[in-house]
Each structure stands twice: as structure tokens, then as C-alpha cells.
Design a protein around this ligand. Sequence first.
Ligand SMILES: Cc1cc2nc3c(=O)[nH]c(=O)nc-3n(C[C@H](O)[C@H](O)[C@H](O)COP(=O)(O)OP(=O)(O)OC[C@H]3O[C@@H](n4cnc5c(N)ncnc54)[C@H](O)[C@@H]3O)c2cc1C
Length: 380
Amino acid sequence: MDDWPEIRQSVARLCAGFPGSYWQEQDAKAAYPTEFVSALANAGWLAALIPEEFGGAGLPLSAACAILEEIHASGGNGAAAHAQMYVMGTLLRHGSAAQKATWLPAIARNELRLQAFGVTEPDAGSDTLSISTMAVRDGDDYVINGRKIWTSRAQHSDLMLLLARTTPKDQVARRTDGLSVFVLDMRDCPGLSIQPIATMMNHGTTSVFFDDVRVPVANRIGEEGQGFRYILSGMNAERILIAAECLGDARFFLDRACDHARTRQVFGRPIGQNQGIQFPLAMAHARAAAARLMVADACRRQEAGERGEAEANMAKLLAAEASWQAGEAALQTLGGMGFAAEYDVERKFRETRLYQVAPVSTNLILAHLAEHVLGLPRSY
Ligand SMILES: Cc1cc2nc3c(=O)[nH]c(=O)nc-3n(C[C@H](O)[C@H](O)[C@H](O)COP(=O)(O)OP(=O)(O)OC[C@H]3O[C@@H](n4cnc5c(N)ncnc54)[C@H](O)[C@@H]3O)c2cc1C
């Protein structure tokens, strides 16, 4: 599999224009990193996965992984924009020719932002099939009522890929039926309101309220009632891309920690000379290296068109744990300085912690592996 050295260098050069001080400022103000996202989009990196016929670069998933990993290794945060890479996959795979022609070239030209993905609801997080936001057919429209939570970047996106129920849960033949996917244009959308949620890291996440919001039938992706399958088909890519971000985080933590360990003198010698400092860093390196192999394997399977669900899940699970452990080792290595905002470690520590919960929590991955790989009874 190509490791994309030229892409990595190019993204790293772009990221060098957005140093720690830039991210610290956005973090302190809980501001969206607009300049960074614009630079990324203008350079074409957010259109990496859009096929060339629609104006994108037509690159494979491993290239998108390289882009996101470099952003994170530089100390930045791809969460401000990563959804555009995987959300459009649902449109690409299941949208009609007319839908793709309408939206994909405009996204590739950076004239339209598809950054919001509305799935989770207050009463349905891990249990996606319990969502209750309803889309009811009314002539050429659907009328949507309900609420989403944790819809990240909704205030910085033109479009939202929305999963809503078109058949009540108690009337479906199969648990996975009755959900539909829509592309909601949020630019002129009466009845839609968005409220930011304050979180431990700067993530631009929101609650979204739908009060008789109308969406044209023409904006429904694929068949009515089949939306869960369409969303599911994009989840492997999402998990692999997030895993790549975690690998970047692990690199960032280890770089910072090792620099500090080599130079910080305590009791007349560098702290990195102590095995108590070396071993957690060496262990974190080994774990990140193992996770990297898993991410590469998951990526290769996706690119080869295999199902690769277990591998995508394991890649995300192991990379999220590796980045967290690298963060923990870095924080300990930096001592008091680890807690100072100007060293960026505390910010990255908060940011990387998310990936053990979202987009799917570690427990749910373990439950999936137990059932589907190990053949154990379903636990939920
Ligand atoms: C900052 C942030 C950004 C997000 N962005 C988005 C977004 O853009 N779009 C979107 O749709 N969603 C988004 N999410 C939502 C995210 O996908 C959910 O938080 C996640 O799926 C977990 O759902 P939950 O929070 O409802 O937790 P719950 O489902 O309530 O679970 C709580 C805990 O219980 C555990 N648990 C639940 N059931 C079981 C079981 N059977 N066995 C063992 N353990 C179990 C879980 O593992 C978890 O640790 C975001 C979340 C956050 C925090």
C-alpha cells in the first residue's frame, strides 16, 4: 500500500502555517478553525476522495488517511473537517446520478460544505436503530420533526447528511428497516435551529432541532427505509480515517515527549535517561506501531472492496487506545509543563480522548468483535 510521502510532505507544509499558537487560540475561544479548514479545502485535500469525474482528486482511502495523520502529527485537529471526507461516501455510493452531479462538483470546488452528519439523538447514541426523529412524506417533500445531538460542525456546513425515521420503529419488518437518509440544505431552512454544546475540547458540536423542516423528496438518498444500510456502508471508512488521526496524535505526543525527555535536566541528567520515563514512551511507540499495521490492513481491505468490518473496528479501537496511551506517557514526561496550554500536550490529550467514545465506543466495538468474530452470544 502506498504511504503517500509527497502528500504527507505537502500537508505537513500547509500545517506548518498553523502552529500550536493558532490552535491554542481557537481552543481558548472555542472557535472554529475557519482559516485552517479553508486552507485545507483550497488546497484540494478535502476533495481527496471525490472521484475525478466530479472534480475531486479520486485518491484512495490510504491517501486520505495520510492527510489526516499529518494534520494530527503536526498538532492540528482534523475533526474540524474530517467528516467531509467520509460523509460524501454515502452520496457517492448510493446517490442518484443527478444528486451526485448537483452536489459533488460543488463540494470539490469548495463552494458547498458537507461537514455535518446527523445520526445521534439524545435517546439513541450507540443504539442507532432507536432514533425517533421522523420524516413524514407530504407531497414532494418530507416534513421532519425531532432532535439530533452531537451534530458536529452543523454551524460550519451548508449541507447535513441526515438519518431520520420514515416508518415508526414498531411497524418495521426488520429492525434495520424504516430509516432514510437525506441531504438537508441548511442554508435556507425554516424550522431548523442549532445550539452549540460546550465540550472539554474545541469540537464545534451542536444540538439540532427540527420543527416541521421540509426537505424535498429529491434529496432522499436511495430508497426510502434503506437508510441504515447506506450509513453503515460508510462507517468503515469513517473508523479508518479516525484511526489515522489517532496515529498522528500518537506521533505528536511521542515527538513532544521525547524532545522534552532528551533536554529536561533533573538531578543533573536528562530525565529521558531514566527507565521510568523511557519505558512508557517505548511501550506507547510499540502500541502505536502495532495499531499502524492494523490501520494499514483495514485500509487495504477497504481499497480491495472487501467487507473488512472487523478490521476497521479493530483499527479504530487500537489506534484510539494507542494515542491515549501516548498522550498519557507524554503528559507524565512533561511533568508540570504537560498541563500548560502553550505546550499543546494537554489540548491534544483532551482531543484524542474523544475517540474511545465517538464515533463508536470501545465497548460497542468489543461487543461487535465478540459476536461477529468470536461467535459469542449477542450481548445487547
Ligand atoms: C464531541 C462529540 C462529537 C460527536 N459528533 C457526532 C456527529 O457529528 N454526528 C453524530 O451523529 N454523532 C456524533 N457524536 C455522537 C457519538 O457517536 C456518540 O456519543 C457515541 O456513539 C456514543 O453514544 P452515546 O454518547 O449516546 O453513549 P451511550 O450509547 O449512552 O453509551 C454510554 C456508554 O455506555 C456504553 N454502552 C452502551 N451500551 C453498551 C452495551 N450494550 N455494552 C457495553 N457498553 C455499553 C458505551 O460504550 C458508552 O461507553 C459525537 C459525540 C461527541 C462526544
